[in-house]
Design a protein around this ligand. Structure first.
Ligand SMILES: Cc1cc2nc3c(=O)[nH]c(=O)nc-3n(C[C@H](O)[C@H](O)[C@H](O)COP(=O)(O)OP(=O)(O)OC[C@H]3O[C@@H](n4cnc5c(N)ncnc54)[C@H](O)[C@@H]3O)c2cc1C
Length: 486
């Protein structure tokens, strides 16, 4: 990777902004097609929402994206191509649910919390799965029933379709843990779309047979880094893009202390962040309003490290679901050999918003109190607690992915991927498969590369043989002239 401060003016056929899975894949594919590329990344690392932290002995914990299952074929296939293995998440023993002040142990598909609640939730989950199958993964706005499903929230649907208070609470915790969003905020159509991409509504929060079944040896960020190997020389870190000037023939991508000129730009950053960039000329209203409406979920992820996974000896998987407390979910997140013991703790939805207002010490205490309640006194004494507040990350601002409120898909959906002149869009929220996940981001990078190549054909071929510093001389000159006259 290069430091952008040492390269204040960059030229390439295609400028790609964002070094997550989407941007890396786009830059890789475009380079493979013979185009010159420059990948601009704001942070000093690659991977975006996939982030590892070393914990000694060559091991890591994962502060961002971590899991995949059978339905996540794209990320699994990519890892396989790179020779990266995966391993099963520990799922032997009982799980816990924190229910009406009691900790209930459970196995199988559903927690044992009363037959009426289970029947109620079970039939609602089946209905959601049947509805989700009718949602096209590349265009949820085209689902038969899209208008109706996009005109209400998940909460309003649950109020009408779940008869028991318990069933509604279970539904709430599934959404808050699975999407980091509140049911009252999110469109029913979005839940159907997301769950369909995840392999089904119940798969969203299941270990064996679900999206939480496996992890990658060495962590997910390692996949991003390995993917980026072929574009190291074209990747610039510390490149915070603030402005995009676009004309009929070229783009000028401007950041703090640098500028990059190319024929086209791919913005592979989360949609809400694309709304913070200044465009000249401004984006058309439909695109600008879309970026104002698609919004991020709320989550803080903690990793609590213990000498050993003591919960396993007590017959527990490590998985906890908790509808009421500050912690919505806990997962066993140990390295492949099971040492050290690592619990991944998810504080999500309204709980994340409340907890993030506390002082750092209070936040840690809040999380440890919850873990002690779930796993007993040993949980109070981790040798390390790592906190990752994704809401406070300036180049992410929430997680796990963006969600759509009612009305977004049916009013603005087709604009998610539609290029604006020479500006193209990629990212886990602009997908045709596996929405909001690592695989979706990769899919979007491939799709946008094909889109750029398609639009390019018919234009003069890129002069990749010319010295980079000469290739866009004319363009620079013309753009400078135009700017002087503005
Ligand atoms: C806590 C958490 C848990 C998750 N769990 C899973 C999981 O288990 N499985 C799964 O598949 N997915 C999971 N995800 C989602 C997954 O991480 C994302 O869907 C995927 O990584 C998104 O990739 P992306 O390239 O679209 O975007 P990002 O990873 O967000 O990459 C965008 C990049 O753009 C950069 N950027 C932003 N603004 C600018 C700017 N102005 N100038 C230059 N660069 C900029 C950012 O620094 C970032 O590197 C999780 C995410 C989080 C946060």
């Amino acid at each position: 990777m290069r430091d952008i401060r040492e390269h204040p003016s960059v030229e390439a056929d295609v400028i790609v902004v964002g070094g997550g899975f989407a941007g890396i894949t786009a830059a890789r594919e475009l380079k493979r097609s013979g185009r010159s590329v420059a990948l601009l990344e704001a942070r000093d690392r690659l991977g975006g929402r996939a982030l590892s932290a070393p914990i000694g002995d060559g091991k890591i914990v994962e502060l961002g994206a971590e899991f995949h299952g059978k339905a996540q074929r794209i990320i699994a296939g990519t890892a396989r191509e790179l020779g990266i293995d995966s391993y099963r998440v520990h799922d032997e023993g009982d799980r816990l649910i924190d229910w009406d002040g009691e900790l209930v142990r459970w196995r199988g598909m559903m927690p044992r919390i009363g037959p009426a609640t289970l029947a109620d939730f079970g039939q609602a989950a089946l209905r959601l799965e049947r509805m989700a199958r009718r949602v096209p993964l590349d265009a949820p706005w085209r689902a038969p029933g899209a208008d109706r499903w996009d005109s209400e929230t998940m909460a309003s649907w649950a109020r009408r379709n779940l008869r028991t208070r318990g069933g509604r609470r279970l539904m709430q915790v599934m959404i808050e843990a699975g999407l980091a969003a509140t049911p009252a905020d999110v469109s029913l159509l979005h839940v159907l779309y997301y769950s369909q991409g995840a392999g089904g509504f119940r798969a969203m929060t299941s270990v064996t047979g679900g999206t939480l079944e496996r992890r990658f040896v060495g962590g997910s960020q390692n996949i991003a880094e390995r993917l980026a190997e072929s574009i190291r020389a074209e990747t610039y870190h510390g490149a915070i893009v603030r402005k995009v000037r676009h004309t009929g023939t070229h783009v000028r991508v401007i950041g703090e202390g640098f500028e990059a000129v190319g024929r086209r730009v791919v913005l592979a950053i989360p949609v809400p962040l694309a709304g913070r960039i200044d465009y000249d000329p401004p984006l058309p209203a439909h695109r600008d309003q879309l970026t104002q409406r698609l919004t991020f979920g709320s989550a803080i992820k903690y990793l609590a490290l213990y000498d050993e996974p003591f919960w396993r000896k007590e017959g527990l998987t490590g998985m906890v679901i908790s509808p009421d407390g500050p912690v919505r979910a806990v997962m066993d997140s140990c390295p492949p050999d099971g040492t050290p013991g690592v619990l991944a703790v998810f504080v999500t939805g309204p709980a994340a918003r409340e907890v993030s207002r506390l002082a750092p010490g209070e936040r840690r205490e809040t999380v440890l109190r919850a873990l002690t309640r779930f796993f007993g006194p040993r949980a109070a004494w981790p040798y390390e607690v790592i906190e990752q507040n994704w809401m406070a990350e300036p180049y992410t601002r929430g997680c796990y992915h963006s969600y759509a409120p009612p009305g977004l898909y049916t009013s603005y959906g087709p604009g998610l991927r539609e290029p604006i002149g020479r500006i193209h869009w990629a990212g886990a929220e602009t997908v045709t498969a596996e929405y909001g996940a690592m695989g979706g981001a990769i899919d979007s990078g491939r799709r946008v590369a094909l889109e750029v190549i398609g639009r390019d054909s018919g234009e003069a071929p890129a002069r990749t043989d010319a010295a980079p510093e000469n290739r866009f001389d004319d363009v620079f000159r013309r753009m400078d002239e135009a700017e002087k006259h503005d």
